[in-house]
Design a binder for this molecule. Structure first.
Ligand SMILES: C[S@@+](CC[C@H](N)C(=O)[O-])C[C@H]1O[C@@H](n2cnc3c(N)ncnc32)[C@H](O)[C@@H]1O
Length: 221
Protein backbone atom coordinates (compact mmCIF):
# COMPACT_ATOMS: atom_id res chain seq x y z
CA UNK A 1 0.00 0.00 0.00
CA UNK A 2 1.52 3.33 -0.98
CA UNK A 3 -0.82 5.45 1.10
CA UNK A 4 1.14 7.34 3.74
CA UNK A 5 0.40 5.69 7.03
CA UNK A 6 0.23 8.63 9.39
CA UNK A 7 -2.23 11.03 7.89
CA UNK A 8 -1.47 14.74 8.10
CA UNK A 9 -4.82 16.49 8.18
CA UNK A 10 -5.40 19.75 6.36
CA UNK A 11 -8.69 20.21 8.23
CA UNK A 12 -8.21 21.64 11.74
CA UNK A 13 -8.50 19.09 14.55
CA UNK A 14 -11.32 21.02 16.21
CA UNK A 15 -13.49 20.73 13.09
CA UNK A 16 -12.58 17.08 12.48
CA UNK A 17 -13.47 16.14 16.04
CA UNK A 18 -16.68 18.17 15.87
CA UNK A 19 -17.80 16.45 12.64
CA UNK A 20 -17.00 13.02 14.10
CA UNK A 21 -18.91 13.91 17.29
CA UNK A 22 -22.09 14.55 15.25
CA UNK A 23 -22.13 10.98 13.91
CA UNK A 24 -24.48 8.66 15.86
CA UNK A 25 -22.73 6.04 18.02
CA UNK A 26 -21.55 3.03 16.05
CA UNK A 27 -22.35 -0.60 16.88
CA UNK A 28 -19.67 -2.31 18.97
CA UNK A 29 -18.14 -4.18 16.01
CA UNK A 30 -17.68 -0.95 14.03
CA UNK A 31 -16.35 0.92 17.09
CA UNK A 32 -13.86 -1.94 17.56
CA UNK A 33 -12.73 -1.52 13.93
CA UNK A 34 -12.13 2.19 14.57
CA UNK A 35 -10.03 1.35 17.65
CA UNK A 36 -8.06 -1.26 15.68
CA UNK A 37 -7.38 1.24 12.84
CA UNK A 38 -6.15 3.81 15.34
CA UNK A 39 -3.92 1.33 17.13
CA UNK A 40 -2.41 -0.06 13.90
CA UNK A 41 -2.33 3.20 11.95
CA UNK A 42 -4.58 1.72 9.25
CA UNK A 43 -6.19 4.33 6.97
CA UNK A 44 -9.97 3.96 7.26
CA UNK A 45 -12.32 6.73 6.14
CA UNK A 46 -13.48 7.32 9.73
CA UNK A 47 -16.90 8.21 11.19
CA UNK A 48 -17.70 11.53 9.45
CA UNK A 49 -16.83 10.26 5.94
CA UNK A 50 -18.45 6.89 6.64
CA UNK A 51 -21.64 8.61 7.70
CA UNK A 52 -21.58 10.84 4.60
CA UNK A 53 -21.23 7.71 2.43
CA UNK A 54 -24.17 6.16 4.28
CA UNK A 55 -26.20 9.36 3.76
CA UNK A 56 -25.44 9.51 0.02
CA UNK A 57 -26.36 5.86 -0.38
CA UNK A 58 -29.64 6.39 1.50
CA UNK A 59 -30.45 9.62 -0.38
CA UNK A 60 -29.97 7.95 -3.75
CA UNK A 61 -31.71 4.68 -2.80
CA UNK A 62 -28.62 2.77 -3.94
CA UNK A 63 -29.02 -1.03 -4.19
CA UNK A 64 -25.86 -1.95 -6.11
CA UNK A 65 -22.55 -0.52 -4.90
CA UNK A 66 -18.95 -1.25 -5.92
CA UNK A 67 -16.05 -0.42 -3.60
CA UNK A 68 -12.45 -0.30 -4.86
CA UNK A 69 -9.89 -0.70 -2.07
CA UNK A 70 -12.08 -1.92 0.79
CA UNK A 71 -9.48 -2.69 3.49
CA UNK A 72 -10.91 -4.69 6.40
CA UNK A 73 -14.46 -3.61 5.64
CA UNK A 74 -14.99 -0.41 7.66
CA UNK A 75 -16.24 1.74 4.76
CA UNK A 76 -18.11 -1.30 3.40
CA UNK A 77 -20.22 -1.47 6.57
CA UNK A 78 -21.68 2.01 5.99
CA UNK A 79 -22.69 1.13 2.42
CA UNK A 80 -24.05 -2.28 3.48
CA UNK A 81 -26.28 -0.71 6.12
CA UNK A 82 -27.66 1.76 3.55
CA UNK A 83 -28.32 -0.97 0.98
CA UNK A 84 -30.15 -3.06 3.58
CA UNK A 85 -32.29 -0.06 4.58
CA UNK A 86 -32.91 0.70 0.88
CA UNK A 87 -34.50 -2.74 0.48
CA UNK A 88 -31.50 -4.99 -0.17
CA UNK A 89 -28.97 -5.50 -2.92
CA UNK A 90 -25.21 -5.95 -3.19
CA UNK A 91 -22.04 -4.23 -2.02
CA UNK A 92 -18.86 -5.43 -3.72
CA UNK A 93 -15.84 -5.55 -1.39
CA UNK A 94 -12.52 -5.66 -3.25
CA UNK A 95 -9.04 -5.77 -1.81
CA UNK A 96 -5.88 -7.50 -2.92
CA UNK A 97 -4.65 -8.51 0.55
CA UNK A 98 -5.92 -11.92 1.63
CA UNK A 99 -5.59 -11.15 5.33
CA UNK A 100 -7.68 -7.99 5.02
CA UNK A 101 -10.30 -9.84 3.01
CA UNK A 102 -10.53 -12.47 5.76
CA UNK A 103 -10.78 -9.79 8.46
CA UNK A 104 -13.55 -8.09 6.49
CA UNK A 105 -15.52 -11.34 6.22
CA UNK A 106 -15.32 -11.73 9.99
CA UNK A 107 -16.31 -8.14 10.85
CA UNK A 108 -19.06 -7.78 8.25
CA UNK A 109 -20.37 -11.26 9.10
CA UNK A 110 -20.54 -10.30 12.78
CA UNK A 111 -22.64 -7.29 11.76
CA UNK A 112 -24.98 -9.57 9.79
CA UNK A 113 -24.10 -8.23 6.34
CA UNK A 114 -22.80 -11.36 4.63
CA UNK A 115 -25.96 -11.76 2.54
CA UNK A 116 -25.27 -8.34 0.99
CA UNK A 117 -21.50 -8.36 0.53
CA UNK A 118 -19.80 -9.91 -2.52
CA UNK A 119 -16.15 -10.51 -1.64
CA UNK A 120 -13.42 -10.30 -4.28
CA UNK A 121 -9.70 -10.66 -3.76
CA UNK A 122 -7.63 -9.03 -6.48
CA UNK A 123 -6.77 -5.80 -8.23
CA UNK A 124 -9.80 -3.56 -7.85
CA UNK A 125 -9.96 -1.76 -11.22
CA UNK A 126 -9.55 -5.04 -13.09
CA UNK A 127 -12.25 -6.62 -10.91
CA UNK A 128 -14.61 -3.73 -11.71
CA UNK A 129 -13.79 -4.02 -15.42
CA UNK A 130 -14.78 -7.71 -15.32
CA UNK A 131 -17.98 -7.13 -13.31
CA UNK A 132 -21.42 -7.30 -14.85
CA UNK A 133 -23.85 -4.58 -14.49
CA UNK A 134 -24.26 -0.92 -13.88
CA UNK A 135 -23.69 0.33 -10.36
CA UNK A 136 -25.57 3.03 -8.46
CA UNK A 137 -22.50 4.09 -6.47
CA UNK A 138 -18.79 3.47 -6.93
CA UNK A 139 -16.50 4.24 -3.99
CA UNK A 140 -12.78 4.49 -4.77
CA UNK A 141 -10.03 4.25 -2.15
CA UNK A 142 -7.22 2.40 -3.97
CA UNK A 143 -3.57 3.46 -4.25
CA UNK A 144 -3.65 7.05 -5.44
CA UNK A 145 -1.26 6.64 -8.38
CA UNK A 146 -3.92 4.37 -9.93
CA UNK A 147 -6.74 6.92 -9.66
CA UNK A 148 -6.44 8.48 -13.16
CA UNK A 149 -6.54 5.13 -14.99
CA UNK A 150 -9.56 4.06 -12.92
CA UNK A 151 -11.79 6.86 -14.20
CA UNK A 152 -12.74 5.46 -17.65
CA UNK A 153 -13.48 2.06 -16.10
CA UNK A 154 -15.66 3.62 -13.41
CA UNK A 155 -17.39 5.74 -16.05
CA UNK A 156 -18.28 2.64 -18.05
CA UNK A 157 -19.65 0.78 -15.01
CA UNK A 158 -21.58 3.49 -13.18
CA UNK A 159 -25.10 4.12 -14.45
CA UNK A 160 -26.04 7.59 -15.66
CA UNK A 161 -27.37 9.31 -12.55
CA UNK A 162 -25.01 7.23 -10.39
CA UNK A 163 -22.58 8.69 -7.87
CA UNK A 164 -18.82 8.33 -7.58
CA UNK A 165 -17.22 8.96 -4.19
CA UNK A 166 -13.43 9.06 -4.06
CA UNK A 167 -11.25 9.50 -0.98
CA UNK A 168 -8.04 11.41 -0.16
CA UNK A 169 -8.56 14.19 -2.67
CA UNK A 170 -6.68 16.67 -0.44
CA UNK A 171 -3.91 14.08 0.07
CA UNK A 172 -2.65 15.55 3.35
CA UNK A 173 -2.06 18.87 1.58
CA UNK A 174 0.70 17.38 -0.57
CA UNK A 175 -1.17 18.45 -3.72
CA UNK A 176 -0.39 22.07 -2.77
CA UNK A 177 3.39 21.49 -2.74
CA UNK A 178 4.67 22.23 -6.27
CA UNK A 179 7.85 20.24 -5.53
CA UNK A 180 5.92 17.06 -4.67
CA UNK A 181 5.66 14.86 -7.74
CA UNK A 182 5.37 11.52 -6.00
CA UNK A 183 3.22 9.18 -8.13
CA UNK A 184 0.39 9.23 -5.57
CA UNK A 185 0.38 13.03 -5.34
CA UNK A 186 0.35 13.41 -9.11
CA UNK A 187 -2.34 10.72 -9.28
CA UNK A 188 -4.65 12.76 -7.03
CA UNK A 189 -3.94 15.95 -9.00
CA UNK A 190 -4.50 14.30 -12.37
CA UNK A 191 -7.71 12.56 -11.31
CA UNK A 192 -9.08 15.89 -10.04
CA UNK A 193 -8.15 17.61 -13.30
CA UNK A 194 -9.74 14.86 -15.41
CA UNK A 195 -13.05 14.66 -13.59
CA UNK A 196 -13.56 18.40 -13.11
CA UNK A 197 -12.78 19.03 -16.82
CA UNK A 198 -15.14 16.30 -18.05
CA UNK A 199 -18.67 17.20 -19.24
CA UNK A 200 -19.75 13.74 -18.09
CA UNK A 201 -19.60 14.61 -14.39
CA UNK A 202 -20.95 17.18 -11.95
CA UNK A 203 -18.25 17.24 -9.31
CA UNK A 204 -17.68 18.73 -5.87
CA UNK A 205 -14.72 18.29 -3.54
CA UNK A 206 -16.04 18.08 0.01
CA UNK A 207 -13.34 19.22 2.48
CA UNK A 208 -14.01 16.56 5.09
CA UNK A 209 -11.16 14.59 6.73
CA UNK A 210 -8.69 14.12 3.79
CA UNK A 211 -11.14 15.37 1.13
CA UNK A 212 -13.89 13.41 -0.61
CA UNK A 213 -14.88 14.05 -4.21
CA UNK A 214 -18.57 13.42 -4.77
CA UNK A 215 -19.52 13.32 -8.46
CA UNK A 216 -22.74 12.67 -10.32
CA UNK A 217 -22.42 10.92 -13.67
CA UNK A 218 -24.60 12.80 -16.14
CA UNK A 219 -23.33 11.43 -19.47
CA UNK A 220 -20.82 9.09 -21.08
CA UNK A 221 -19.93 5.40 -20.92
C1 LIG B 1 -7.12 3.09 2.25
S1 LIG B 1 -7.27 1.38 2.50
C2 LIG B 1 -9.01 1.08 2.54
C3 LIG B 1 -9.80 1.64 3.63
C4 LIG B 1 -11.27 1.37 3.47
N1 LIG B 1 -11.83 1.99 2.27
C5 LIG B 1 -11.95 1.92 4.69
O1 LIG B 1 -12.14 3.14 4.77
O2 LIG B 1 -12.29 1.13 5.56
C6 LIG B 1 -6.97 0.77 0.87
C7 LIG B 1 -6.90 -0.74 0.81
O3 LIG B 1 -6.99 -1.15 -0.55
C8 LIG B 1 -5.84 -1.90 -0.93
N2 LIG B 1 -5.55 -1.53 -2.32
C9 LIG B 1 -4.89 -0.43 -2.77
N3 LIG B 1 -4.87 -0.39 -4.11
C10 LIG B 1 -5.56 -1.48 -4.52
C11 LIG B 1 -5.89 -1.98 -5.79
N4 LIG B 1 -5.53 -1.35 -6.90
N5 LIG B 1 -6.60 -3.13 -5.85
C12 LIG B 1 -6.98 -3.79 -4.72
N6 LIG B 1 -6.70 -3.35 -3.48
C13 LIG B 1 -6.00 -2.21 -3.37
C14 LIG B 1 -4.76 -1.52 0.04
O4 LIG B 1 -3.81 -2.53 0.17
C15 LIG B 1 -5.59 -1.29 1.31
O5 LIG B 1 -5.84 -2.48 1.98
Amino acid sequence: MTEIKTMIYVIPEQIRNYLDSLVPPRVAELAGMEAHALEHDFPIIGPACGHLCYLIARMTGARNIFELGSGFGYSTAFFARAVRENGGGAVHHVVWDEELSQQARKHLGNMGFNDIIRYHMGEAVQTLRESDGQFDIVFNDIDKNAYPASLPVIESKLRNGGVLIIDNMLWSGRIFDPADHAPDTDGVREFTRLITASPNWITSLVPIRDGLIVALKVAGG
